[in-house]
Ligand binder design. Structure first.
Ligand code: GCU
Length: 587
């Protein structure tokens, strides 16, 4: 699916702004064929949870409805009108003038419908019902419980089995695309650091395609055909230091005389595993950066271009070169920014919480069912992986795919669940990027069934926090020993830490550092880095987390997760200054 943007032949109208909104309860008899009454003003994009006061908004479980109108002329002959959503969490059903267009499952990837035949000249009404339930059939996973309390009506609760707030709603831009009926549907393009490239174009019908590769206004290569390859001398390889971008410009000429023009940015870069090392453009690569979240005040998980630029600028300020899209695909806008600013990305599927007895905050829940007998997610997981790769494959910043975060890879059945998924990613990604998943501390060298499938081993470890609390000497000993045992077992696989860190409440200080102080957070991160510096097989260090972020309420969360090295408002803690001094010195 192409990124929705205007070109000489395409018009892209934003439908962002203030929509009418209402919470929906199960008992409500709301009828989407009729206009919504008494809706509240709701910004789109935004998560609705933090916009109005009251737990009925913040902790709403189930469906909500959004509605807006737009005045339109009758569609012109030979044109198609497409309604495009960047994402709606976690599922959406959409109506146009009261007629159901369809439903989409999954809260982090785009979807669209052709509405050409439904457009009425004049006022048109768009209705969206979004639902935030997470359970054993969704990604991410959660648990729905019906609880009863003395004297109260039965209550449905939805426990997210992941450590980030279950923000929901229309989280990314909504657009109305006015396109030629005969048009380009998808473009796949990639280049390697030696200047070779290949492309493939899919169109709505057999057409003549003219293709150019341009550097700004300078045409470097010309060709024709829906697929092709070639070589260009003198290109500048894409890298974090020199994020050189080129344009593949496609001009399609339809038999009916119509034209469609699209331009797809791309870069010339290679990412591979060579002699046990992760290599970018043939050079050994060390990933310095973070696990992140799409999480900001007021907006919740919704797109904020301002925070995206701010976050990447802070990463550059620190000398970081990468992050993981923990724990779901981020917006296309963020990936386009990473292409432009030179930040490497591990692109992660929204497969988190895939563990029936281990919760994100380490608290065990009294569920005894075996994970891989309980979760019914594999087919949806395949769909999500295919959609994520289709959306993100052209970005030079995307250097690795993460199939899941902290699934029960130590439990029987994990290999049978994940082997088809790893195979699917490798068959789908024409660039054959490294594929991994991220393990939690209870998936050990001896018990993890999925590690053999990985190109790179990515470990989340919290010695000194969730275990050996306060004891950084023991934490270093345990970390060093486990890393060596993983390396002995898998000598050809580079290993990185996907997460390590500690909560620090900004402003809490200690002369003898205690947990939750800024000094302890810095000391823990410094201790882990001192261990990593002794290991030649380590290919990266991603600190958890870039910034403080919202979570469900629990005794282990102080108004959210405070493992950020920046506060949620992006103010640095002591740990940020330590990492800046560490990462800038290696620049
Ligand atoms: C886990 C998990 C994160 C979580 C973190 C923590 O490793 O991957 O989503 O936030 O631990 O407990 O802080």
């Amino acid at each position: 699916m192409l990124f929705p943007i205007s070109t000489e032949t395409r018009r892209c109208t934003s439908l962002d702004g203030i929509w009418d909104f209402s919470l929906l309860e199960i008992a409500d008899s709301y009828d989407p064929s009729l206009p919504l009454k008494n809706g509240l003003p709701m910004p789109v994009p935004s998560a609705y949870n933090d916009i109005y006061e009251g737990r009925e908004f913040r902790n709403h479980v189930g469906s909500v409805v959004y509605e807006r109108t737009i005045d339109l002329p009758a569609p012109e002959p030979g044109r198609c009108l497409i309604l495009h959503f960047g994402s709606v969490a976690h599922s959406a059903s959409v109506w146009w003038n009261g007629k159901l267009l369809g439903s989409h499952k999954g809260g982090f990837l785009p979807f669209e419908w052709d509405v050409t035949g439904l457009i009425m000249p004049g006022t048109n009404r768009i209705t969206v019902i979004a639902d935030n339930i997470v359970d054993h059939t969704t990604l991410p996973c959660g648990t729905v419980q019906n609880r009863s309390y003395p004297g109260l009506a039965p209550k449905r609760v939805n426990l997210p089995n992941f450590d980030f707030f279950n923000y929901s709603g229309i989280l990314r831009p909504v657009k109305l695309l006015d396109l030629p009926k005969t048009r380009i549907e998808t473009i796949s393009v990639s280049g390697t650091q030696d200047g070779s490239f290949r492309y493939e174009i899919k169109t709505t019908e057999e057409c003549e395609c003219e293709v150019e590769i341009k550097e700004k206004d300078h045409v470097l290569w010309k060709g024709t055909g829906a697929a092709g390859n070639g070589w260009i001398d003198g290109i500048l390889p894409w890298s974090p230091e020199h994020p050189a971008l080129y344009d593949l410009r496609v001009t399609l000429s339809g038999a009916d005389g119509s034209r469609d023009i699209c331009t797809e940015p791309f870069g010339f870069r290679s990412i591979e595993i060579r002699d046990g090392s992760l290599c970018l453009n043939g050079e050994k690569l060390y990933l310095k950066g973070f696990g992140k979240h799409e999480d900001t005040p007021v907006l919740g998980r919704a797109l904020s271009e301002a925070y995206n630029v701010k976050d990447l600028a802070l990463m550059k300020w620190m000398g970081a070169n990468s992050f993981r899209t923990s724990h779901y695909p981020y917006s296309e806008e963020m990936l386009r920014l990473c292409d432009r600013m030179g930040i490497l990305v591990i692109d992660e599927a929204p497969a988190v919480g895939m563990h029936t007895t281990f919760t994100a905050t380490g608290m065990r829940i009294d569920v005894k069912d075996a994970t891989w007998d309980t979760l019914k997610t594999q087919e949806h997981h395949k769909d999500v992986l295919k959609s994520m790769i289709a959306r993100d494959q052209n970005h030079p910043c995307v250097i690795m795919w993460s199939v899941a975060n902290e699934p029960a890879s130590e439990e029987k059945g994990a290999y049978d669940y994940f082997e088809p998924l790893f195979r699917l990613v490798r068959e789908t990604d024409s660039q054959r990027r490294p594929v991994t998943f991220v393990t939690h501390g209870e998936a050990t060298v001896e018990t993890c069934e999925v590690a053999p499938l990985c190109d790179v081993l990515v470990l989340n470890r919290y010695y000194g926090w969730y275990s050996e609390e306060g004891d950084l000497t023991a934490a270093k000993a345990l970390l060093s020993d486990e890393l060596d045992r993983y390396h002995q077992r898998y000598p050809d696989k580079p290993i990185m830490l996907g997460e390590f860190g500690a909560d620090a409440v900004a402003g809490l200080h200690d002369s003898t550092p205690q947990m939750f102080s800024e000094e302890y957070q810095r000391d823990l991160i410094e201790a882990y880095c001192s261990v990593l510096d002794q290991k030649m097989y380590i290919c990266g260090e991603h600190v958890w987390n870039f910034a403080d972020f919202a979570t469900a309420e629990s005794v282990k969360r102080v108004q959210g997760n405070k493992k950020g090295v920046f506060t949620r408002e992006r103010k640095p803690k002591l740990a940020a200054w330590f990492l800046r001094s560490r990462w800038k010195q290696n620049d």
